[in-house]
Design a protein around this ligand. Structure first.
Ligand code: GLN
Length: 308
């Protein structure tokens, strides 16, 4: 299978649609990003990297960071994390608050905003916010094997200024006793993790441990056990696209995690990690072109967790 040819074909097929969707504008800094960008990268477990389009342009990974923070939190408290957050798809928007009241401040899963805020609280334990952010950055450098990856402070600031819904979610959870640290500190960590700036190439490399039984094949770095890699991937499949998770599983058939920056990280277990980016979003806040691209890549490669 000529992976570069597949990427080139998908890029050519989707070129007429570049600019589709609506760039997230509730974070003012993200509203400035041009919608006319589209990149893809595939990192295979054999150690090859293929890329096309704007695969070398850094973008705000936003909610994709929730996968890395969950990995960190599982490393710290293991299965204890599930006392703080559930494992069920929410069927609601990523920033929804309604279920929190019904479920006593326990978010449905770690990939909606409320769940990720609870996970950030767990990672914060025993640290100052700056140290927790530093720990995440070191972890990203380790999994991607790239020390140049950084946090876009402007994006973090922009979201801190306008993140009213996230403040509401955090305050709500704190009222139910499901946050151990002050809301400002937890959200400081959360907004900075969301502001991680990465290229498709870097993101695909960073996700490889999930495709390769917990070990990054490029570096030999062991990140998690095979069982944990499977479990994180299971959550990506069921909850990684919010109320679009069922549709993504139906069309793409791979675990994936999206972010409102327009990126998606998808995992083809045993084969590859795929990162796609195009800032225009569909109605549920997932990259419009990115979702279409992953559907085509899955079709052309035959990759699917549901069999060939
Ligand atoms: N930082 C964003 C927010 O909290 C992340 C949301 C997303 O990527 N879906 O609203």
């Amino acid at each position: 299978m000529d992976m570069q040819a597949i990427l080139d074909q998908v890029y050519a097929e989707l070129t007429p649609r570049i600019g589709e969707g609506k760039v997230a504008d509730y974070i003012p800094e993200l509203a400035k990003v041009s919608p006319n960008q589209f990149g893809m990268a595939i990192a295979t477990v054999k150690g090859d990297i293929f890329a096309v389009g704007d695969a070398g342009t850094p973008f705000s990974i936003q909610s994709i960071s929730k996968v890395f923070m969950l990995t960190l939190a599982l490393g710290k408290v293991g299965e204890g994390i599930w006392k703080r957050v559930g494992r069920e798809p929410s069927g609601s928007a990523f920033n929804s608050i309604v279920q929190l009241e019904h479920e006593s401040g326990i978010p449905r899963n770690p990939f909606i905003n409320a769940g990720a805020i609870a996970v950030a609280d767990v990672v914060l334990a025993g640290h100052q916010p700056k140290e927790a952010i530093g720990e995440l950055l070191r972890f990203i450098h380790y999994v991607a094997d790239d020390d140049s990856i950084s946090i876009d402070k402007k994006v973090a600031k922009s979201e801190t200024r306008t993140g009213y819904r996230n403040f509401a979610l955090a305050n709500f959870m704190r009222a139910f006793g499901n946050l151990d640290h002050p809301v400002e500190e937890v959200l400081g960590v959360y907004f900075h993790q969301c502001a991680l700036s990465m290229t498709c190439r870097q993101l695909a490399r960073a996700g490889l441990y999930l495709a390769n039984r917990g070990v990054n094949p490029l570096t030999g770095h062991s990140v998690v056990s095979p069982k944990r890699a499977r479990r994180i991937s299971a959550l990506m499949l069921t909850c990684g696209h919010y109320d679009g998770s069922g549709d993504f599983a139906y069309h793409v058939g791979l675990p994936g995690k999206s972010g409102v920056g327009g990126g998606i990280l998808a995992i083809a277990p045993g084969d590859a990690a795929i990162a796609v980016w195009s800032p225009g979003l569909n109605k549920v806040g997932n990259s419009a072109l990115g979702s279409a691209a992953l559907e085509l890549i899955a079709q052309k490669t035959g990759w699917s967790v549901f069999g060939a």
